[in-house]
Design a protein around this ligand. Structure first.
Ligand SMILES: [Zn+2]
Length: 150
């Protein structure tokens, strides 16, 4: 099962569960974002990419540091150029606002969305929160989790 190709809706993040009488594995009992993370790791894809950002150069508006994200939001910890030049500053990029600039060093980051495509979403382009069918774009990871799992 591939996070990028087979998970189309939130329902695909609910597993079949463990067989009766067995102890469930992490994968079997996980749902939502946790399940996506585990499925990603099984494929060698780190869904929650915690590697340091590219600090070999300063990102600019014309040539930003590209940060790949499988989610609707990506938090980027900037420590300047070279790395650790300043205290870590967390910048929030999202699919709606992919470009963010560090207020400390001015480096520009741009989120590149690599996650599953939403049905009908790309047909309507980006930049607005809902489409003609009433679908509302999730704002946070929590919005991707069914209310029944809270
Ligand atoms: Zn910075």
């Amino acid at each position: 099962m591939s996070p990028n190709t087979e998970i189309k809706t939130i329902d695909d993040l609910v597993g079949p569960g463990a067989a009766p009488g067995t102890v469930p594995t992490d994968l079997e009992q996980s749902t939502g974002m946790e399940r996506l993370e585990i499925l990603g790791k099984m494929e060698g894809v780190d869904i929650f990419d915690m590697r340091p950002l590219d600090s070999s150069r300063l990102g600019t508006l014309d040539n930003p540091i590209v940060v790949r994200s499988a989610g609707d939001e990506q938090y980027n910890g900037c420590t300047g150029v070279p790395a650790d030049s300043h205290e870590v500053i967390w910048l929030t990029t999202s699919r709606e606002r992919p470009i963010e600039r560090c207020p400390e060093c001015g480096s520009v980051y741009k989120m590149e969305y690599i996650g599953p495509q939403d049905h009908g979403h790309d047909d309507h382009g980006h930049g607005h929160g809902h489409d003609a069918h009433g679908w509302v774009e999730p704002k946070t990871w929590a919005d991707l989790v069914k209310p029944s799992y809270w």
